[in-house]
Every structure is written in structure tokens, then in C-alpha cells.
Design a protein. Structure first.
Length: 243
């Protein structure tokens, strides 16, 4: 069997463990059968963007048929739930080709998100990361995104036995986004954020966390193919650093 870690560019620096690896054309999903959604997603923001043109947003939400039916979410689970189908790999991060953008609308790339969170600070963070990626000194920007479930809190679910696959989808308590950049001198910089799934305000700096602590929540190392001494984790205001 081919090793996805050798084939997929976004897995160059490693990824946590998962139940099923779903390799796409432009990004990879590590799926959790237990939680009926991604355990993590890994992407390179608009790989080769300087050589290609952009595509329009697809909006073709659909189930991911690579996942066994009994472990996957369907569209009906979200109907009337009050939650957004929140992208983990952002649509605007993958908009060079039509097929590339279309794959971001697979439900394997979705988690239930509070509307004001999805359309507020989460959207602003995605936009800020794209601005970082557009800097002339940045070669590539890798993003690992993961839903988080706190063991000491009650878990709400959406969907019921009447949905097309007869399963519920748990609502994450929070989300992790770990941003790894490689600049033209080969230097790696890292920022990791933890944001609760609720209407948030404040600065991005308020949500910076230790990557080690975030790994404990997700249950696996993020960038395990990088020697620790070569990875420079940033704790300063990312907006100031990303200008």
C-alpha cells in the first residue's frame, strides 16, 4: 500500500493518528469514526497559487462516500439544528481550481459550529492566515485544524435516528488551529490557537496556546516529522508579526 505521508505534500511535516485517512487532491482529512467528523485536517494554503487562477465557491455540500455509512454524517443531521456546517479546511483557502474548492464541501470537512463563531472570529482567523501566506517571504503555509471535546463537559449532538444514516453528530466544544510556515530561508515558525465554539471577541493573541497542550487535547503529535530544535513556536501577537 502506498504511504500517504510520502505522497501527500501537506503531510510533509507529520500528522496525528486517526481512524481513517482520507487523501484528497489538495488536502488530507484524518477522520474519527467515533465522533462522525474529522479528528483533524491538514492543508497547504492554495498550493501553487502564484501559478494559477482562482475558482468560485462551490457550495455543493455533500456526504463523503469514502466513509462507511454507519460512521458518516449526512446533510439532514444539520437541518434545523441551529448550527453551521463549519469548514475545517477553509473554502477560500482552496479556491484555485473548481475540483479543489468542491472537495472542501464534503461533510467529512465539516463540524457543527455556532453561527457567530463560524462567521466571526473563525472567519477572521482564516483570513489573517491567508494574508500571512501572501507575504513575499513565505514559501508555504501549513494548517492543522481539529475539533476538540472536553471530557468534563456535556456533549450536545445534532441529528437523530430519523436522519439518513441513523446517527448523531457530536458538537465540538472548541477548535484547534495550528499554523506552520516555511519561509524562503527554510525557517519554520509555528502558532497554535484554541478557540471555544461560541461567539468570541478579543485579539487572536488571546487564544494562542502551547502546541504541546493542544496535542494533549487532540490525542496525537501535530508536526512529528520536524526536529524540536528546528521549530520556532511563536507566542507574540500574530497580527503584528504577520504584517
Amino acid at each position: 500500500m502506498n504511504d500517504p505521508f510520502q505522497m501527500q505534500p501537506e503531510l510533509r511535516y507529520g500528522a496525528p493518528v486517526c481512524d481513517q485517512i482520507l487523501t484528497g487532491r489538495y488536502f488530507t482529512i484524518g477522520y474519527s469514526w467515533y465522533f462522525r467528523q474529522a479528528k483533524w485536517t491538514l492543508e497547504i494554503v492554495n498550493r501553487n497559487q502564484r501559478e494559477l487562477t482562482s475558482a468560485e465557491r462551490s457550495n455543493n455540500f455533500r456526504a463523503d462516500i469514502r466513509i462507511p455509512k454507519r460512521f458518516r454524517a449526512g446533510l439532514k443531521a444539520y437541518v434545523g439544528s441551529g448550527y453551521d456546517r463549519g469548514h475545517l479546511v477553509g473554502s477560500a483557502n482552496q479556491d484555485i481550481r473548481v475540483i479543489q474548492n468542491s472537495e472542501t464541501f464534503l461533510l467529512s470537512n465539516m463540524s457543527p459550529q455556532i453561527a457567530n463563531f463560524n462567521r466571526g472570529i473563525w472567519k477572521r482567523l482564516e483570513s489573517a492566515i491567508r494574508d500571512l501566506n501572501n507575504r513575499t517571504d513565505i514559501l508555504e503555509t501549513y494548517i492543522l485544524t481539529a475539533p476538540i471535546f472536553y471530557f468534563d463537559k456535556r456533549i450536545e449532538t445534532i441529528g437523530d435516528d430519523s436522519n439518513e444514516y441513523g446517527i448523531d453528530v457530536p458538537v465540538p466544544h472548541a477548535f484547534i488551529k495550528s499554523v506552520l510556515t516555511e519561509d524562503k530561508k527554510g525557517r519554520l515558525s509555528l502558532w497554535t490557537f484554541e478557540m471555544e465554539n461560541k461567539d468570541l471577541d478579543g485579539d487572536f493573541e488571546d487564544y494562542l496556546v502551547s502546541t504541546y497542550d493542544a496535542e494533549q487535547l487532540v490525542g496525537g503529535r501535530f508536526w512529528d516529522r520536524v526536529s524540536g530544535g528546528d521549530l520556532h513556536e511563536q507566542k507574540k501577537n500574530p497580527i503584528e508579526m504577520w504584517k
